[in-house]
Design a protein around this ligand. Structure first.
Ligand SMILES: Nc1nc2c(ncn2[C@@H]2O[C@H](COP(=O)(O)OP(=O)(O)OP(=O)(O)O)[C@@H](O)[C@H]2O)c(=O)[nH]1
Ligand SMILES: [Mg+2]
Length: 424
């Protein structure tokens, strides 16, 4: 499987890249305790790590509180995360994002109407919800895209999606280099769930083409859709095949970071299970059904019920945990450090992005001026104004010269007259 090598993806990239993940309270507190203790031994002057006089007679410089300070600052700012869903039409993209975020996750929240029957998505739709949990604010944006058919020739399938991703990079690039840097909003797409049909035998040609066009722009997480259509053995076979094909075609999907060696055993086990589940096989539904007195989200069939959140039925919970609880920050980091950085470098070098190609095409086709053309036009106008001023100046100089000559002539006549008078 091709995965992004974070340390080689761009020139000058630090080789000792540290994967960040949500800091768990216990390890954070432990690290602070540890660093406070070490410093205390070095700076003994009767103050604690907050700078207050301490009972132990030790003093701390105080940078042990840096994680706390950073945490406070980030919490104050809030977090943003954008998820995109892409894939063939009718694979359950809109249903899944509704199941994931917009309805069941925050039951008491008034959100978008999610009906069991969701209409075919006709255009790219962005929907955002602001979520707050224990004082932490998260703006979650879901980008739902129209599903495509199975024609490989259709440039229209990926064109608008790639343009959307690049337009968000471009917007960020401009904001970042503009005056409004302080209030920078991160609308970049951090993760793309790519839906694979459960009916075929692995990837279709359009899936390969599509993912290849997306993989250097966004973190792709492959999903096997409608897993309730497959038996357990079929799911396993499908997963193996999809992974093999992804590797054969050198498609770069999101690489889950390695687990740190000092993590506890439970965490390591969870991490292993998560990695072994890729590509996630999911079931989506917006219907609540009753199973043994429990009300669950699921799909009711004549022969039984498939439960969306039952780990024995599908990987829905794993996917949701990965997106929200464990890998959200890493997905954002990779977007910033790899995908956006690629875009930014391309932009600085003169940009060969689809967005720019489209802009120049638009300029050629419809005469619409982009920013550069607008500047050229303004410069030309200034030149015309300068030329006009020069002409006016020359005219004024000529007129002044004539006036001076005339007045000199008058004086000469006068002098002549005077001298003649003298002579007489
Ligand atoms: N069997 C099964 N059906 C599903 C699942 N998820 C969604 N569906 C059904 O599939 C149909 C299409 O679902 P959508 O969510 O509209 O599919 P989509 O991918 O958004 O389709 P487009 O908007 O055309 O791209 C609906 O009838 C859903 O109820 C699933 O996990 N299993
Ligand atoms: Mg849809």
């Amino acid at each position: 499987m091709t995965t992004y090598n974070r340390s080689q993806s761009q020139p000058g990239y630090r080789s000792s890249w540290v994967v960040s993940r949500p800091i768990r309270e216990s390890s954070l507190a432990a690290s602070q305790r540890h660093s406070a203790g070490t410093l205390g031994e070095r700076f003994e002057a009767g103050r604690d790590r907050h700078g207050n006089p301490g009972q132990s007679g030790r003093e701390y410089v105080g940078f042990a509180t840096l994680p706390e300070q950073m945490q406070r600052k980030s919490v104050k700012r809030g977090f943003e995360f954008t998820l995109m869903v892409v894939g063939e039409t009718g694979l359950g993209k809109s249903t899944l994002v509704n199941s994931l975020f917009l309805t069941d996750l925050y039951k008491d929240r008034v959100t978008l109407n999610a009906e069991e029957r969701i209409d075919k998505t006709a255009e790219i739709q962005r929907s955002s919800i602001d979520i707050e949990e224990q004082g932490v604010r998260l703006r979650l944006t879901v980008v739902d895209t129209p599903g495509f058919g199975d024609s490989v020739n259709s440039e229209n399938s990926w064109g608008p999606i790639i343009s959307h991703i690049e337009s968000k990079f471009e917007q960020y690039y401009r904001d970042e280099s503009g005056l409004n840097r302080k209030n920078l909003i991160d609308d970049r797409v951090h993760c793309c769930l790519y839906f694979i049909s459960p009916y075929g035998h692995g990837l279709r040609p359009i899936d390969i083409e599509f993912m290849k066009r997306l993989h250097d722009k966004v973190n792709i997480v492959p999903i096997i859709a409608k897993a309730d259509c497959l038996t357990k053995t079929e799911v396993k076979r499908m997963k193996d095949r999809v992974l093999r094909e992804i590797s054969e075609h050198e498609i770069g999907i999101y690489a889950f970071p390695d687990c740190e060696s000092d993590e506890d055993e439970d965490f390591k086990k969870q991490d292993q299970e998560l990695k072994a589940s890729i590509p996630f096989a999911v079931i989506g539904s917006n219907t609540v059904v009753e199973v043994n007195g429990r009300r669950v989200r699921g799909r009711l069939y004549p022969w039984g019920i498939t439960e969306v959140e039952n780990p024995k039925h599908c990987d829905f919970v794993k996917l949701r945990n990965m997106l929200i609880r464990t890998h959200m920050q890493d997905l954002k980091d990779v977007t910033r450090d790899v995908h956006y950085e690629n875009y930014r470098l391309g932009r600085i070098r003169g940009g060969g992005t689809q967005l720019h190609r489209e802009r120049s095409k638009l300029k050629r086709d419809s005469g619409v001026f982009d920013e550069v053309a607008e500047k050229d036009r303004m410069l030309e106008q200034k030149e015309v104004e300068l030329r006009q001023m020069q002409v006016m100046l020359e005219k004024m100089q000529r007129e002044m010269a004539v006036t001076q000559r005339n007045s000199r002539g008058d004086n000469l006549q006068y002098d002549d007259r005077r001298s003649s008078t003298v002579e007489v």
